[in-house]
Design a protein around this ligand. Structure first.
Ligand code: ADP
Ligand code: ASP
Ligand code: MG
Length: 401
């Protein structure tokens, strides 16, 4: 007998028919003699709809109240799934995050899981229940409901798998696995049989939403093998694990992130310490900076350009304004009509010319590059958002066709 954690995303439980479909997958697994813990997300677009409802009333609502609202989505789907399982003649119990033992930080709307006290889940499994847990939520030490950030149910599933030493953690979604690019945007994207934690972590962080990046981080830390597969077909999925013995591919995927903004501060006096002070202002506000570009100084002045998450963009500009005026910088430019396109692959560590090939694809498609950043296993470029899908297709075709 094995302990299996199965996670189903929003589209997998979007309506009554889909909920019944999930109930049959879960009960099949249980009937084979396994203990099953199921993690579910809110149905379909429920989370987006709840955010809209909040914005209608107060777009600046406190994060505590946002969490209280957003957590409601998952409460609906866990109870409906439990009812569906009962209908098939099995015993199920649904648990909210706090009932399932999720203790988190108190950073509302992006809380981190500190610990999962799985004793209640264990008791329910001992009673031969199928246990259904609300993803995406937990409880802070102050006794308040928290949520883990968008896509956080993946992380809830991996956290349970880690806490309970599960034998398998399956992430069911609306595509058949992890592909070389978003299969909805690039029709000839290929499904990967396997991918390493490190490559998956980069892809997820750089915009491939199929897995939440924190879930991959946690899977790597606790060595939890993940299987990403479809809840609609029975096709084999993608295995995410420590070492992938993938066919010799230069790159494993292309990702797109449109949640970025570019900020340029021009005419900064070319003196030591100013970059330090500027970025300190941002880090004091917990604003992460990604790609950074500094021009060669001329006439005693220099320009610094960097990217931040679009959701923090305006705040970043606000926070720099006074300081930049004080030191006599010329202006702050802001542009959120940009996208970051990245290629990821462990193969590029040992092969020259991978970045060049990416740049050639962009040149062929007549797409201008605004910024570039690289690491051992990725290359990212910042481009005009209007070119984003065209860029992904052109780069994908260059590497995979
Ligand atoms: P869920 O609701 O199951 O959590 P998500 O919408 O969060 O599902 O993630 C699945 C989606 O991720 C797919 O529908 C697909 O469009 C998108 N996606 C982006 N990049 C990739 C990729 N490289 N491989 C597979 N899917 C991807
Ligand atoms: N329902 C949450 C969201 O839409 C969590 C998740 O789907 O993983 O972000
Ligand atoms: Mg998701």
């Amino acid at each position: 007998m094995s302990l299996i954690v199965q996670k189903f995303g929003g589209s997998s439980v979007a309506n009554a028919e889909r909920v019944m479909n999930v109930a049959s997958i879960v009960t099949d697994t249980f009937s084979k003699g396994n203990d099953v813990v199921v993690v579910v997300s809110a149905q379909g677009d429920t989370t987006d709809d709840l955010i809209e409802k909040a914005n209608e009333i107060n777009p600046k609502a406190s994060k505590r109240e946002q969490d209280m609202l957003l957590a409601a989505g998952e409460q609906i789907s866990i109870s409906l799934l439990a009812m569906a399982i009962e209908k098939l003649g099995f015993h199920a119990v649904s648990l909210l995050g706090w009932q399932a033992g999720f203790e988190t930080s108190s950073a509302h709307t992006s809380a981190r899981i500190k610990r999962v006290d799985a004793s209640r889940i264990k008791r329910e499994l001992d009673k031969k229940n199928i246990v259904i847990v609300a993803g995406f939520q937990g409880l802070s030490k102050y006794g308040d409901i928290t949520t883990l950030g968008r896509g956080g149910s993946d992380t809830s599933a991996v956290a349970i798998a880690a806490a309970m030493h599960a034998d398998l953690c399956q992430i069911f979604t609306d595509v058949e696995g992890v592909y070389t690019a978003d299969p909805r945007k690039v029709p000839n994207a290929r499904k990967l049989k396997e991918i390493s934690y490190d490559e998956m972590l980069e892809l997820a962080t750089l915009g491939a939403q199929v897995l939440n990046n924190r879930s991959v981080e946690m899977a790597k830390k606790y060595n939890i093998e993940l299987e990403v597969l479809s809840s609609m077909t029975k096709a084999p999925g993608t295995i995410v694990k420590e070492k992938s013995k993938m066919e010799k591919m230069l790159i494993s995927g292309v990702a797109k992130d449109t949640e970025v903004a570019r900020i340029s501060v021009t005419g900064i006096p070319n003196l030591p310490g100013l970059a330090f002070k500027m970025f300190s202002k941002l880090s004091a506000k917990d604003i992460n900076v990604d790609i950074i570009l500094q021009s060669i100084g001329h006439d005693g002045k220099k320009d610094i350009t960097f990217t931040v998450a679009k959701s923090r963009g305006e705040e970043a500009v606000e926070c720099l304004k006074d300081y930049m005026e004080n030191i006599g910088a010329a202006e702050i430019l802001y542009d959120d009509k940009v996208a970051k396109i990245s290629i990821v692959g462990a193969g590029m560590e040992s092969h020259a010319g991978v970045a060049t090939k990416m740049f050639e694809a962009l040149y062929d498609a007549q797409i201008n590059i605004q910024m570039i950043s690289t690491s051992e296993i990725k290359v990212s470029v910042l481009i005009d958002v209007a070119d984003a899908d065209k860029a992904v297709s052109a780069i994908h075709a260059k590497f995979f066709d």
